[in-house]
Design a protein around this ligand. Structure first.
Ligand code: DP6
Length: 312
C-alpha cells in the first residue's frame, strides 16, 4: 500500500486553453501558489483489476483511466486499486484535479517503482491535468515552455501569503475545464488576444513575486483572472462560472483594498473566490467574506509543500 498526499494550487496567472499537439500542453505560461490546508490523499494498492474510489465511492473516471493507459504505454504497471479523497469540495473550482493527479502519479511512482524524479512526475501529472503539474511543488510554481514541466520559483518561506477561500456553492461544475477551454479556443474572439498577453502577464507576476511587491502582484493576478473569465464569458455557448455571491465577494475584496487592506481575488472555473492577502490580514478578510450573502463558509490556507509520500 502506498499513500501519497498533494495540495491543490491556485493560479495567479491562469492557464486556459491548450496547444493542439499531444501531451496536454497549455497554450500560455502560468504561475501558481500551492495551498497547505486543503489536500488530496491517494492510496494505491495492487488489485486484480483497476478500480477507482473517490471519496469512498467507486467511480468510473475516464480521465484517470486514460492516464493509466498512457502510463502503461511506457511502463509495466499491473492493475491497481486507487482510493482517493479530498478534504474539500471536489470538481467545484477548487483544483481537485490538480492535487488529484499530483497525488496519483506520486503514489504510482512509488508503488510501481517507476523511478521518476519530481520533474518527470510533473510531466506525467500535466498529462492527466495540466494544473496538476504545478502541485508537484510547494510555494510559488511556474509552468512554462519549452518542457512544460512545473518549476518551483520561490519557496513558501520567501513570501508566506495566505489565501482565504470563500465557498459559495459546493456542487460539481457542469462543464469541465478541459471542455470549457476547448470551447473558448474554438469560439471566443478574445482567445487570441488572451494568448498574446499571457507572456507579459507571466513576466510581471514573476517579477512581483521576486520583489514581494504585493500591489503589483494584486494588479496582475486580478487582471489575469478577469481576462480568463472574459474569454470564458465570450465563448459560445457562454461559460459563466460565477453566481451572485461570487460577484459580491469580488466587491468585498475591492472594498477591503480601498480601506487599506492588502488583498486581491482570483477565481477559477467555479464560483468560489480565493482572496490572497498578507498573514496579518487573513482574519479580517475571512470575517468580511463570511458575512457576504451566499457565502457558505471560508477556509484559510497558507502556502503548502510539494506532493509527497505519507509514510505509514
Ligand atoms: C481555471 O488543469 O483542470 O483552474 O488540463 O484540462 O485538466 P485540464 O485543465 P485543468 O485547468 C485549470 C484551469 C484553471 C486555471 C489554472 O489553474 O491555471
Amino acid at each position: 500500500m502506498t499513500h501519497a498526499r498533494a495540495h491543490p494550487n491556485i493560479a495567479l496567472v491562469k492557464y486556459w486553453g491548450k496547444q493542439t499537439k499531444p501531451g496536454n500542453l497549455p497554450a500560455t505560461p502560468n504561475l501558481s501558489i500551492t495551498l497547505d490546508s486543503l489536500a488530496t490523499d491517494t492510496v494505491v494498492t495492487a488489485h486484480h483489476q483497476d478500480e477507482v474510489w473517490l471519496n469512498q465511492e467507486q467511480v468510473t473516471d475516464q480521465k484517470i483511466l486514460r492516464f493509466l493507459a498512457e502510463l502503461r504505454c511506457e511502463f509495466e504497471l499491473a492493475p491497481i486499486r486507487i482510493e482517493t479523497s479530498n478534504n474539500f469540495p471536489t470538481g467545484a473550482g477548487l483544483a481537485s484535479s490538480a492535487s488529484g493527479f499530483a497525488a496519483l502519479i506520486c503514489a504510482i511512482n512509488q508503488h510501481a517503482d517507476l523511478g521518476l524524479d519530481a520533474d518527470l512526475m510533473s510531466d506525467w501529472a500535466r498529462r492527466g491535468s495540466a494544473s496538476a503539474a504545478r502541485s508537484l511543488f510547494g510555494g510559488y510554481v511556474a509552468l512554462v515552455p519549452p518542457l512544460w514541466r512545473a518549476q518551483p520559483i520561490a519557496p513558501a518561506s520567501h513570501w508566506p501569503l495566505k489565501a482565504v477561500v470563500a465557498i459559495t456553492n459546493e456542487t460539481r461544475k457542469s462543464i469541465s475545464s478541459s471542455e470549457g477551454m476547448e470551447r473558448s479556443r474554438l469560439t471566443s474572439d478574445f482567445y487570441t488576444p488572451w494568448l498574446r498577453g499571457s507572456g507579459d502577464d507571466f513576466a510581471a507576476a514573476f517579477d512581483a513575486i521576486n520583489n514581494k511587491d504585493f500591489s503589483a502582484l494584486a494588479e496582475i493576478a486580478e487582471l489575469s483572472c478577469l481576462k480568463m473569465h472574459s474569454v470564458m464569458l465570450t465563448s459560445l455557448p457562454t461559460l459563466s462560472y460565477w453566481n451572485p455571491a461570487t460577484l459580491a465577494c469580488m466587491d468585498a475584496v475591492r472594498n477591503l483594498r480601498k480601506q487599506g487592506t492588502a488583498v486581491f481575488f482570483t477565481i477559477d472555473a467555479g464560483p468560489q473566490v480565493k482572496a490572497v492577502c498578507e498573514p496579518q490580514d487573513a482574519n479580517r478578510v475571512s470575517d468580511v467574506l463570511t458575512q457576504v450573502p451566499g457565502v457558505i463558509r471560508t477556509l484559510t490556507c497558507g502556502l503548502g509543500n510539494a506532493a509527497h509520500i505519507v509514510e505509514p
